[in-house]
Design a protein around this ligand. Structure first.
Ligand code: IMP
Length: 412
């Protein structure tokens, strides 16, 4: 049989096609050992992926999930906003589990530091939106928006600053943040965080752009681990209910300083249905029993915030748009088995002028697909469901998730 991974080539990006939580961690887990480098490009600790290390569950927010593979070089790119105590905790957690990521970790000197005060501003801005506009954005309260605001305003602090004097940096932020937002900065606590990070990470802060290009020259393989997802993109998502970074492939390349022609494949990850956390439009959302069924069968509770996720059916226009913007070459359709008990599966085919979804109903398969590893072994209706997605989006369903376990997937 032909190697199903050959089509990915040397530089592969994994990008969420919906509103996040599509299950990118599992495909990364499968692919990481086939690549030399796993790189995260954008976002911050708003991302969350659950990783089981030695039978114990850990939720990681900053380190890419590929960090677990002991031979992989791990890159944290320029586009990230880093909450340093969170990063240190994740490094320690892995170390306690016998995985020493530090010697193979490379952090961009251009990445921005996300301070505790950014979280306080995030909470204050959400509160103001609730009072003034009746509802907030439903952020993860991890300080993401305010950290990127500082970056865009050219008031941010980059990782390279850990090489210099820290007290004046904090004094400058304290004055500015008090004046602009009425938020008081705990300078002593922030200083302690920075000093602890400097002690552990100083050697690991580097020019990751130069390093990645050097490795490319040597034919090394890079796996780009996207964070959040296309419909949360600051430009192309459901603004203003989006995150504050560029979550698409273009944003990932920008966040790592890689040119488009370096890329050889882009895997779009989409659930066989759809979920969303936080506020914002979601035409294919279902409430009531069907929504509850998807939530319970899919375990749809946020890994960063624990919030119950809003659930709904697949939206073809959204998948098409994500495929178009990112240029997906492969689909990873996850959690197919969550639909196993549905007699009929509605799919959103368009949105009417009143904002309501226009549905097409596809037949369900009413039988378990859990653990199936060959496409031909899937019930006929499940095969047709996947073929329908392929026809409507023009992207092949290359990888299909049939359960939470590592082996529970179909690779075509
Ligand atoms: P922020 O990124 O914390 O500012 O949140 C903005 C919006 O993006 C909110 O609706 C969040 O729920 C959503 N969001 C941010 N990161 C993720 C993620 O990794 N998965 C799912 N939703 C996310």
């Amino acid at each position: 049989m032909q190697n199903p991974f050959a089509s990915l080539g040397h530089v592969c990006a994994v990008i969420g096609a919906q509103w996040g939580d599509e299950g990118k961690g599992k495909v990364i887990d499968l692919l990481a050992e086939r690549f030399d480098i796993v790189a995260r490009a954008c976002g911050g600790a708003n991302a969350g992926h659950t990783i089981v290390v030695k039978g114990k569950k850990h939720v990681f927010h900053l380190l890419p999930s590929g960090a677990l593979h002991s031979n992989t070089t791990v890159v944290i790119g320029s586009g990230l906003v880093l909450h340093l105590p969170t990063l240190l905790e994740e490094i320690r957690t892995l170390k306690d589990a016998g995985i020493d990521v530090l010697p193979r970790l490379f952090i961009s000197e251009e990445a921005h530091i996300l301070f505790d005060f950014h979280k306080d501003i995030d909470a204050a801005l959400e509160e103001q939106r609730k009072v003034r506009e009746g509802k907030g954005i439903g952020t993860t309260k991890r300080g993401i928006g305010p950290a990127y605001m500082d970056k865009a305003a050219r008031s941010g602090t980059r990782m390279e600053s850990l090489r210099g004097a820290l007290t004046p940096v904090l004094a400058r932020h304290a004055e500015r943040v008090q004046r602009l937002y009425g938020v008081t900065v705990d300078q002593a606590k922030e200083l302690k965080n920075l000093e602890e990070a400097r002690a552990l990470l100083a050697e690991r802060i580097t020019d990751t752009v130069g390093m990645l290009h050097e490795r490319l020259q040597k034919d090394k393989k890079i796996l780009i681990e996207g964070a959040q997802a296309s419909l949360l993109d600051l430009d192309h998502g459901t603004y203003p209910y989006v995150t504050s970074s560029a979550t698409t492939l273009a944003g990932a390349l920008q966040g790592l300083g890689l040119p488009p022609q370096a890329l050889t494949s882009c895997i779009g990850v989409a659930k066989a249905y759809c979920t969303r956390v936080g506020e914002g439009e979601f035409a294919s959302e279902v409430t009531g029993q069907a929504g509850d069924r998807l939530r319970e069968r899919g375990g749809e509770y946020g890994s960063t915030t624990g919030r119950p996720r809003r659930c709904g059916w697949l939206s073809i226009p959204d998948l098409r748009r994500s495929a178009m913007i990112n240029g997906f070459t492969h689909w990873n359709i996850t959690k197919l088995d969550v639909l196993d008990e549905e007699a009929e599966i509605p799919v959103c085919m368009g949105i009417a002028s009143d904002g309501k979804a226009e549905w097409k109903k596809l037949p369900g398969w009413k039988t378990s697909t859990v653990g199936i590893t060959a496409f031909a072994k899937l019930p006929k209706e499940a095969q047709e469901y996947l073929q329908f997605i392929e026809q409507e989006t023009g992207v092949p369903a290359w990888l299909i998730g049939t359960g939470p376990g590592r082996e529970q997937m179909i690779v075509r």
